[in-house]
Design a protein around this ligand. Structure first.
Ligand SMILES: [Zn+2]
Length: 131
């Protein structure tokens, strides 16, 4: 794992520790490496008693980054304590497709490190586009 990937993986692990997941007990962390920056911006899953109000870690990371003024991402790392590591849901893939090109790297990791890597268009080959 490259030093910048390791740093982003650590950010995703830290975000995972902040997961609010009292219902599923499935803690997820995600972190986006910001292009041309040392920054990695993380997010965690935030569940809600009304399940539909739940937001995944990947979307939390995207919304946090966009809220802080960043929309140009180099790659995403998603961390779970699962084997094989969890793949982002279709909602999150659609949100990623809003900001990221088809060849955007999505790295799936667990607490030992990155296990699998995909391009965004491998996980979501036909994203919804309004225009
Ligand atoms: Zn999701």
């Amino acid at each position: 794992m490259s030093p910048e990937m390791h740093k982003t993986w650590e950010a995703a692990c830290l975000s995972r520790q902040r997961s609010y997941s009292p219902y599923s007990h499935f803690a997820v962390g995600a972190a986006l490496k910001i292009r041309n920056s040392d920054l990695s911006i993380g997010g965690c899953n935030v569940e809600n008693a009304s399940y539909g109000g739940t937001v995944c870690a990947e979307r939390s990371a995207v919304f946090s980054a966009v809220s802080q003024g960043y929309q140009d991402f180099e790659f995403l790392i998603v961390v779970t304590d699962a084997e094989p590591p969890a793949v982002p849901c279709a909602f999150c893939l659609g949100v990623l497709a809003e900001f990221c090109p088809p060849d955007f790297p999505v790295h799936l990791a667990n607490l030992a490190g990155v296990e699998r890597s995909y391009r965004l268009d491998e996980l979501l080959p036909h994203p919804f586009k309004l225009l």
